[in-house]
Each structure stands twice: as C-alpha cells, then as structure tokens.
Design a protein around this ligand. Structure first.
Ligand SMILES: Cc1ncc(COP(=O)(O)O)c(C=O)c1O
Length: 395
C-alpha cells in the first residue's frame, strides 16, 4: 500500500501513532474541498457550511455507531475534545477526577487546570506493566473510587504504553455509580472496530486523523444529550445563547445544542472534517479488516523479535493491542541517543518512550508497512544497541 500514501520512501516509517498519515486519494479530496472553498468563500462558509458538515457528521456517526447524530460534532482533535469537557465542568473543592498512570500528558494538563480552577483532586490508579487482565484493570481502577469521585477519565488506547483498556466495563460501572465517564479515544477510530453505542460512555473524543487516516485536524466529540447544556465551546461564537444564531448568523434555527455551540468556531478551514467520509470509504474499499489483521500480526512479530534481541519480555500482551506494539529497551539505553541514531543513521522513525522509570519503543504498523520495515528496525536496533555499551542479559 506504500504507493497509496504520500510518505517519504527513504524513511522506514513506524510511527503512524503520533500523527497518522493520509492516503493520496483522501488528501486529494481534502484539497478539492479547499479549492472549492476558495472559489466562493461566502457560498461555502456562509451558505453551505452547516449542510456540508451535517453530511460529514452523519457519515462519521454511522461509522462510530452513534444512533443520534445530534450527539456528535467535529472538533479539531482529541486534546480539544478533552479540553471542552475539562474546562466546562463544574466541580467542587474535594471532588475527585479518577484516572490512571497511562494517560496522555497534554490531556492530563487540561485536568490539572480543572483542579487548579475548581479545587478538585486528580487521583491516579496505578496500572502496572506487564499489563494485567481486563478484569484486574477494572478492579485496580475501581479500588480508587470514593464517594467524592465525580469523573472517570481514561484512554481507550493509551499513548505511552500502547495498551487497550476495558472502557466498556468501566463506563458501565461508572454509570451505575453516578460517575461521569470521559473516554479519550485518540488512537481508537480506524485501529479497532469502534461501537460507541456498545461502549456507552457519557463523553468520548477521538481522532480520525490518526488510524482512520483522514487529514490532520479532524477530531470528534460525542456526548450524551444530558451533558450538552454544561459543555461550552472553547471558542464562544455564534451558537452561544440563541441556537438560531448558529452557522455564521445565517441561521440553523433547529440546530441541536452540541452542534450549535461547537460547530462554528469563527472562520476556519473545515476541509479536514469534510474529508473524513473519504477516509472511511478508502478503508472500506481496501478491506480494512484484513489490513488490520495483517498489521497486527506484523506488530506481534516485531514485538517478539525485539524481545528476542533484548531478552526483555513483552510488556503488553498481543490481545491488548492492535497495530501499536510496545517493546521494552534495556535500562542502560540512552533514549535520546537511541532516537537520534535510529533516525540519523538508519532513517527509522519510531518513538522512544520513558514511562515510570522504564524505557520503551512503540512500533506502529499501518497498511503501508511490510516485513522489510521490521527487518530494518531490527538491524538498526542491533547496530545502535551493540555500540551503546548496552548490557543485554539474554537473546
Ligand atoms: C491518548 C491520546 N490522547 C490525546 C492525544 C492528542 O491527540 P491530538 O494531538 O490529535 O489532540 C494523543 C496523541 O497522540 C493520545 O495518544
């Protein structure tokens, strides 16, 4: 599939997870939308804006199994989605926001801001690596619930540790306990089959621009209707107050509250949102279930080969990841040097991660990767590690 993407052929690209990568045909759709905007900006942003976005929202809602499209709106990215919630929520001093030690730092910052603003407390359940079973994860998280827990905030697939968390079970328990569930699904759409009706979170934000391969800046925010009234847009614009003023003041009098408030954020480029249906079509046309299965198998193989090289067992078992494999590095590796040498000397783009005093690389496998990419990673790792005075106990 390499030719279907725009990636630099001189780079072994094993970091789809950070920012995604867009197929040529989807990118062309994106550019066509931008050209159409510039042909008649007032027609596009003034008259057609709401209808175009309604269509793109409907396609995404169907893809995510969101029965009521009024509960879904495009936002720039998952950080934005988390910020909408963290910056709107009314909490009291002593209220608790429960999360884990695997969350994405930028979004944790948003919740720290909530704590500074309201006097609420950030509580972190410590989930160890090697990753325990789903049942144990649920129990570890739940053991930190108290009568003051108001919010449960979790990644669906974690960033630093590339682990899939049992969010459906935790959302169910949170609902029963009257705790607001907020799920950060930045890595989920496109990487795993996603059914929001089945997970049934209070709030879920995600990034089609990662594993669904849509252009950058196409995130979404889903919320059950009872939460729409307190969820304010990061940019207060026409949709605030009177919903009839939504959409550049030209009127969408019946716009649902979530859409009225969050869809118009001043003048901006909406082409990335409008290209999400093309990304969905691309994956359907290329039998993405099979692509995912092939990528998973290659990720598992990569993880096994790195373990064989380092002698360190896999920190996350294959049934807890899809297309991103976490591989632990020897403690004596210097991570910045490893990253620099993998890229400068071997043109291998792979993230190095420091987490909880341990060192990892996170290998992303996407449709355009082949076994040759994994061979290149392994020989590059071998070369760098053998000249870094790294102690390897086995393998
Ligand atoms: C778990 C998680 N949440 C949020 C984000 C932020 O995504 P974005 O920068 O698109 O907002 C990331 C990015 O990798 C992530 O891994």
């Amino acid at each position: 599939m390499r030719d279907l993407f725009l990636l630099d052929p001189t780079v072994t690209f094993l970091n789809h997870g950070s920012f995604g990568a867009t197929p040529r045909v989807v990118f062309e759709t994106y550019q066509r939308w931008q050209l159409e905007l510039e042909r008649q900006p007032v027609e596009f942003l003034g008259r057609r804006h709401d209808c175009l976005l309604d269509d793109a929202r409907a396609r995404l809602a169907e893809y995510l199994h969101v029965p009521d499209v009024d509960n879904l709106v495009y936002v720039m990215n998952a950080t934005w989605g988390v910020n909408v919630v963290a910056r709107s929520i009314m909490l009291q001093p002593g209220d608790e926001i429960l999360s884990t030690n695997h969350e994405y730092g930028a979004c944790v910052n948003a919740w720290h801001h909530t704590c500074d603003r309201t006097g609420a407390t950030w509580i972190q359940a410590d989930i160890p690596l090697p990753l325990p079973s789903d049942e144990e994860i649920v129990e570890i998280v739940w053991s930190r619930v108290t009568p003051r827990t108001k919010v449960l905030y979790l990644s669906h697939i974690t960033s630093s540790t590339a682990s899939t968390f049992p969010v459906a079970a935790l959302c169910k328990r949170a609902r029963e306990a009257g705790i607001l569930s907020v799920i950060d699904g930045a890595h989920a759409p496109g990487q795993i089959p996603l059914d929001l009706a089945a997970i049934d979170p209070d709030i879920y934000t995600g990034n089609p621009h990662k594993w669904l391969c849509s252009p950058k800046g196409s995130g979404f925010l889903y919320a059950r209707p009872e939460h729409h009234p307190w969820m304010h847009a990061l940019v207060i614009s026409w949709g605030y107050g009177d919903p009839a003023s939504a959409g550049w003041g030209m009127g969408a009098p019946d716009a649902p509250l979530l859409v009225a408030r969050h869809q118009y954020q001043g003048t901006r480029d909406i082409a990335a949102f409008l290209s999400v249906p093309a990304a969905i079509d691309f994956q359907r046309e290329h039998d993405w279930e099979s692509v995912r299965a092939r990528c998973h198998a290659l990720a598992v193989e990569a993880q096994q080969r790195v373990s064989d090289l380092t002698g360190i067992p896999a920190p996350v078992p294959p049934d807890h990841y899809a297309q991103m494999a976490l591989c632990e590095m020897p403690a004596s590796v210097d991570l910045p040097t490893l990253k620099r040498r993998l890229y400068d000397e071997h043109r291998v783009e792979v993230p190095v991660i420091a987490w909880n005093g341990r060192k990892f690389i996170r290998v992303s496998v996407q449709g355009y990767n082949t076994p040759v990419d994994i061979d290149t990673l392994l020989s590059a790792l071998k070369a760098v590690i053998s000249t870094q005075n790294v102690r390897i106990d086995a393998g």
